[in-house]
Design a binder for this molecule. Sequence first.
Ligand code: MRU
Length: 350
Amino acid sequence: MKVKGKHYRSVWMKNSSVFLIEQNLLPFDFKIYEAKNYLDTCRAIKTMMVRGSMAIGAAAGFAMAQAFSEVSECDFSQFIEEAKRDIELTRPTAQNLFHAVNYVYAAAKKSKNPRETAKLTAQKFADEDASACRKIGEYGNTLIKDNCNIETHCNAGWLACVDYGSALSPIYVAHQNGKKVFVYVDETRPRNQGAKLTAWELKNEEIPHLILPDNAGAYLMSQGKVDMMIVGADRIAQNGDVANKIGTLEKAVVAKEFGVPFYVTATIPTFDLNCNSGNDIPIEERSEEEVLYQSGRSIKGNLEKILVCSPGSKAINPAFDITPSKYITGFITEKGIIKPDASAIKNLFS
Ligand code: MRU
């Protein structure tokens, strides 16, 4: 995607550094962060400088490749195993992260030139993610009618992927094809990925949108103002249950009540056949600070972090929830649009 006329991916590797768009600074500042070694990249994933299941998948693959280029001959095995564990401990929910790490690790371990193979495999993973997202855009576009009002939750745009986006990709393709689309952007507390990142992306692409308070979706749907919902996914169990940003479940239940089609976009590495149902998916718990404090630009123009809750009260901060497959209309994948059931999911892997 382009920012001020220049094409960027959300994350990329050059020599032995990983470069990424510093998402915690958006939309107020656009900066590129250079992670010089695999531990830097781990930190960037953990602190959500890079975020979104597919972007952290690509970053994790690159981190694994960095580890292979950092290791010395004498402690090869121990260093690589520790690095793999460090990367896997950064964030627990997105399946793309585990898929990418294992993909790069397995290829490099059986290669005569592990350093080179790790780099090439990590790059291949990132390239495949970008082209899969492009295909999701094309398939998803077929569901979007002219003058469509679409609600989305969190940021499942190109920042959350390597390029193009997952939930936003069909919207970009529809817009490029001349369809009129309007997007309701859930603000997505506590970190405001919708209000900060999705709104920023849509503004750059000149797509009309409004930021929606998180608790306003049901009202809008009850008024017939939402034609469809499209969201991304962090992990999908073999029965079609979906882990995605906290708040997705509420939207899905409400969408079903008001007859609003609810689509989930995902690439194949997001599906985890080792999880029988959503109950098997680990849900990340993040710091209460993210709920108690908000950060943004003050009226004077300074970036500030302020307490927005009653001083002394504690908070709970589950980062994801599980939407049971019965609330989902379909999955939009790079292999087409499928039903949210076990046999359709199994077919994706054949
Ligand atoms: O905590 P985040 O910002 O990494 O969560 C992101 C989401 O929940 C997205 O909806 C999801 O990763 C799908 S986008 C590829």
